[in-house]
Design a protein around this ligand. Structure first.
Ligand SMILES: [Zn+2]
Length: 311
């Protein structure tokens, strides 16, 4: 259990997980403003985009330009999603601070999303780690185990398979692993059980929880992982996000709601609430007509918390 003086990191993944699920292409100028203002609001980890072919995801085609800008902001950890070795080469070219390699624990989701089996994806992790070592790059290699709690395509995903894959990617040299509830199947009890088991295998290399709020369990799942000592979470401003291969999957945990959860417990996130909510209003305007999520923006902070400088 974390103490009241602890701190938590909310990695903003709206620019990647969020925007990839929205058909419209947000202009680069708006994305630059998003990164600038998220940084000004105190966020120090941002998943900038993804190095997938632009014909597959035109929404994220400007990732290199965005990383270049993010690198000018002192102390900002700029991560990018890379689906394969080619993507990793591009991440190293732009000197991303971290690369996020998705690996589906669900065989069916892996084939649909990455066109390879989970074990082929593990082999890719090993090749990418070797590439980083060969280039003496200080880019962190983080593997996100997606569909760790179940999958819309194949249904059940066995915890034993998640554990096997976590061990395999650590053996392949990954620096960190995270568990992702890509399609919103997890509940707090499942989160407690799986994180507890994976912590025994990965120790502090397990340091990210990625939860979607598809069935309203997002914040409860964050809390369940936090109670086991996990202090780093992915979140999307306004709760945007989803998965192209998971029909009906709605957004990630909303950044502002997660920030509020931690503030309510006296846990430091470094986030300035006023600035974050102004940015949320801008994002809502840029994405006018899209379905947004989150609850805090409706009512604002309670009076008892209004005079705090930051959350
Ligand atoms: Zn996601």
């Amino acid at each position: 259990m974390n103490t009241a003086q602890a701190s938590a990191i909310l990695r903003e993944v709206g620019l990647r997980d969020g925007l990839q699920s929205i058909a419209r292409v947000l202009p680069t100028a708006h994305k630059l403003a998003w990164i600038r203002d998220a940084y000004a609001a105190g966020q120090r980890e941002i998943e900038i985009g993804s190095f997938v072919p632009a014909r597959l995801l035109p929404q994220l085609a400007d990732t290199a330009e965005l990383v270049a800008f993010a690198k000018t902001l002192p102390g900002l950890v700029a991560s990018v999603l890379v689906p394969n070795l080619k993507g990793a080469e591009r991440a190293l070219e732009v000197r991303a601070d971290a690369m996020l390699l998705p690996l589906s624990a669900s065989h069916a989701h892996s084939l649909a999303n990455l066109r390879k089996t989970p074990d082929e994806a593990v082999a890719d992790v090993a090749r990418i780690v070797d590439l980083c070592h060969a280039q003496r790059a200080d880019t962190l290699v983080e593997v996100g185990i997606s569909t760790a709690f179940g999958c819309t395509l194949q249904g059940e995903v066995k915890p034993s398979e998640v554990l096997r894959l976590v061990q395999a990617v650590l053996d392949a040299g990954a620096d960190r692993v995270g568990l992702a509830d890509t399609v919103g199947y997890a509940d707090p009890l499942m989160v407690s059980r799986l994180f507890e088991q994976v912590l025994k295998v990965a120790g502090d290399k397990l340091n990210c929880g990625h939860f979607h709020d598809t069935r309203g369990m997002g914040i409860a799942n964050v809390m369940a992982a936090w109670n086991l000592g996990i202090t780093r979470f992915d979140a999307c401003l306004a709760g945007i996000g989803g998965c192209p291969h998971a029909p009906g999957a709605s957004g990630n945990v909303a950044t502002e709601d997660a920030a509020y959860l931690f503030a309510s417990m006296g846990v430091h996130t470094g986030i300035d609430f006023d600035r974050l909510m102004r940015l949320r209003a801008d994002v809502a305007q840029w994405l006018d007509g899209e379905t947004l999520h989150g609850t805090l923006w409706c009512a604002g902070l309670p009076k008892t918390m209004l005079n705090q400088e930051t959350l």
